[in-house]
Design a protein around this ligand. Structure first.
Ligand SMILES: [Fe+2]
Ligand SMILES: [Fe+2]
Length: 289
């Protein structure tokens, strides 16, 4: 990829602005939460989010995905114990944004603790704990739009159910007849395993964990940002019957990701032994990034 300017690498003050924007788009159903429980949105932030989507939709091409897979699925960047990797992810904090109340580890622990409190299986709790580890891509110098953002299939027509669909006009694939038809390079209900998703933290962590976690967990990890499908059913023509069955788990996971922000900050040192045991039960001692 050609040299990107600082504002093209990081249109958002922090990558959490994308998560916050999703929460605005899909607010928690039921009685409205007290307004000041969540962050206020002023217009500079909204402009940053818009610019973020513009760049994401322009640059997430089929070729971008193949190039990122060729690079990052070599897993030759770093190797460390899982807990250290979680701490490494937590170095991703933006000091320029004092408004940020939760760091990465706190978001992950709030998600996983909410799953645990509801009595779900331990692999589901572990999935909640690690689901955003792929955001370490930011620490490897990847632009924000190659790390977070709604994910979607590349290689076929971009759905108008994806947020800011008009920005896809600037994506070269939109003008490439191999890629701009309903099915593009795919076939009717060929199954998501045969489809390339836009590159980001979801797809990356899926490949890191695919040999170790139950399939339900892998669906949650791989498709948790695929809002145009799990909220809008925009790609039913590509999912097979098994995908549809498995998406029940993606749906189960999503509210924990979006709505588990609680005013109580998890105490990392108290929770660490439990999560170290969970990691040891399911994952190898070290993670290759
Ligand atoms: Fe995520
Ligand atoms: Fe998350």
């Amino acid at each position: 990829m050609k040299n990107l300017t600082k504002s093209e690498l990081s249109p958002l003050k922090s990558i959490e602005e994308w998560d916050d924007d999703v929460l605005k788009r899909y607010p928690e159903p039921g009685p409205a939460k007290a307004k000041d429980e969540f962050r206020n949105y002023d217009s500079p932030e909204i402009d940053g989010v818009r610019e973020f989507y513009r760049l994401n939709h322009k640059y997430q091409t089929y070729d971008n995905v193949l190039a990122k897979k060729a690079n990052f699925l070599k897993f030759d960047k770093k190797e460390m114990p899982w807990w250290s990797a979680m701490e490494y992810l937590n170095t991703l904090i933006d000091e320029s944004d004092p408004d940020i109340s939760l760091d990465q580890l706190q978001h992950l622990l709030q998600t996983s603790e909410a799953i645990r409190a509801d009595g779900h299986p331990d692999w589901f709790v572990l999935t909640g704990f690690i689901h955003d580890l792929g955001k370490v891509l930011c620490l490897f110098g990847e632009p924000q739009w190659n790390v977070v953002g709604d994910s979607f299939p590349v290689g076929c027509k971009f759905s108008d159910k994806i947020v800011y669909p008009e920005f896809f006009a600037a994506n070269p694939d939109n003008h490439d007849e191999r890629f701009n038809t309903k099915y593009g390079v795919y076939t009717h209900q060929c199954g998501l395993d045969n489809i390339h998703m836009s590159w980001g933290h979801d797809e990356y962590l899926y490949h890191i964990t695919k040999n170790y976690l139950p399939e339900e967990a892998l669906y949650m990890i791989r498709y948790h940002s695929f809002y145009s499908q799990h909220r809008e059913n925009a790609y039913d023509h590509l999912l097979n019957a098994h995908d549809k069955e498995m998406f029940k788990w993606v749906d189960k996971f999503n509210p924990y990701d979006l709505y588990s922000k609680s005013p109580v900050t998890p105490v990392v040192s108290e929770l660490k032994p439990y999560y170290e045991d969970l990691i040891a039960k399911y994952l190898p001692p070290k993670v290759k990034l």
